[in-house]
Design a protein around this ligand. Structure first.
Ligand code: GUN
Ligand code: FE
Length: 425
């Protein structure tokens, strides 16, 4: 495993309250893990390779907890509809094209290349319901060196024939075939995550089967929750027995648990749902840009943080337009100010430090000790150059990082990227 030292202006989050920094500091990575940040090189590491980042910033890699890889080709278009109509009009027809492996191969190449060049070192992605297409995405992510979870999507109701599995039985069989294929390929970086698309797409019979598969294979699970008013009303209609949306996952053991669970959005979660997310250790993927584009609203993220829930950020392409988690962090700050102004001024808006924490250690916790430079954390490291953003006066490393995020520095400024100590850029 790799051991090295990076010298530069180091910034990282240990809590959401305040960012830590070391101007001209030394980050020591030993066997792929952080040993910590030091003012000078401790004696025991003197023989490690020294990578001098000069005046550049050095920060932990960012984490995207929620993205739809097959939606990459139409991001930034078709922003006129709300969630359910958007899915039916644009998204389902696009995803149905992934039955064609050459189409899938092409789009997934673009997606993987974009993630590789971005500030993201960890990603949790949906593919489509197609097994071959999903393997194609997994092969590409594996090769990129990004550490990821990928989910073959389960859908057996409320979508056109071209994008619906024939029955709960067929969906379950496809899922097992996919899991067996993953085992055969012996991946190092990419792992499967169980992915019922959302309650409207999955019958109770399918949920029941997924619950059995989850237990047998010890899988994490990802889905969507309480995103948009039309969707929440539809869930109530489909599952009248459920106390609240999350209950319709929980009944099947698909809401939290020790193998990990991510629920995207949580814009409209009520008190009972919030309490159960907390009890079950659900991770919330906050996707502020998608929530704007699909007119879903603003998730009460400060409330979730104050209540001690697990929260990270997601790009949610193509509800969101960009893979940049720096942009997601800035959007999280901006929408929290609108929430404070228009919805509830008892919750302080997010600061940049809150948002950077969510982008790194907050989401990183889903992967283990990820997203910080504290001792024992995985060596996910970025070197960032802000040269292209002229600066007429001194700024501290923390101010420079905030400016880098706000002024889209990551479009051109990523000069080095390591994932668990392996250099990939
Ligand atoms: N809910 C179910 N599917 C989707 C999707 O593809 N995108 C978003 N934003 N929400 C969903
Ligand atoms: Fe989504």
């Amino acid at each position: 495993m790799n051991s090295f030292i990076v010298k530069g202006n180091i910034v990282w989050a240990e809590t959401n309250k305040e960012l830590k920094s070391a101007e001209k500091g030394y980050l020591v990575i030993k066997d792929g893990l952080s040993e910590g940040v030091f003012d000078s090189i401790p004696e025991e590491y003197m023989d490690y390779e020294l990578i001098d980042a000069g005046d550049n910033l050095v920060v932990p890699g960012l984490v995207d907890l929620h993205v739809h890889a097959p939606q990459f080709a139409f991001r930034g278009t078709n922003m006129d509809l709300e969630l359910m109509d958007w899915l039916n009009t644009y998204t389902f027809p696009e995803e149905s094209k992934f039955s064609d492996i050459s189409y899938a191969d092409n789009i997934y190449s673009y997606f993987t290349e974009a993630i590789k060049k971005s500030a993201t070192t960890r990603v949790v992605a949906f593919s489509t319901l197609h097994v071959e297409g999903t393997m194609c995405l997994m092969d590409k992510l594996e090769k990129s060196g990004i550490i990821s979870y990928v989910g073959k999507v389960n859908m057996d109701r409320n979508s056109p024939d071209e994008l619906r599995e024939e029955s709960a039985e067929a969906s379950s069989e496809n899922t097992i075939r996919w899991l067996e294929e993953c085992e055969k390929r012996g991946y190092r970086c990419v792992k499967p995550i169980l992915t019922p698309r959302f309650v409207p797409s999955c019958t109770d019979e399918l949920m029941e089967k997924l619950s059995v598969i989850r237990k047998e294979w010890r899988l994490p699970v990802q889905s969507h929750l309480s995103e948009n008013t039309g969707e929440v009303a539809f869930v109530k209609e489909l599952e009248p027995w459920s106390q609240f949306y999350g209950d319709a996952y929980d009944k099947f053991g698909l809401f939290g648990g020790e193998d990990g669970c991510i629920m995207a959005h949580c814009v409209l979660s009520g008190e009972d749902e919030i309490a159960l997310m907390k009890k079950n250790g659900v991770f919330i993927a906050h996707c502020p840009e998608s929530n704007e584009n699909l007119k879903s609203g603003i998730a009460p993220v400060r409330k979730y943080m104050e209540e001690g829930l697990n929260v990270g950020l997601g790009s949610d392409i193509a509800g969101g337009t960009t893979e940049s988690i720096f942009d997601a962090a800035v959007d999280a700050v901006k929408v929290s100010k609108l929430y404070w102004r228009y919805v509830d001024n008892s919750f302080e808006p997010l600061s940049f430090s809150d948002a950077f924490y969510l982008a790194t250690k907050g989401g990183g916790a889903f992967f283990g000790k990820v997203g910080s430079f504290e001792k024992g954390y995985d060596g996910d490291v970025l070197i960032l150059s802000d040269e292209a953003i002229p600066c007429p006066r001194y700024l501290s490393p923390v101010e420079r990082l905030e400016r880098f995020a706000y002024l889209h520095g990551d479009k051109t400024g990523i000069k080095g990227k390591w994932v668990k100590g392996e250099r990939i850029l």
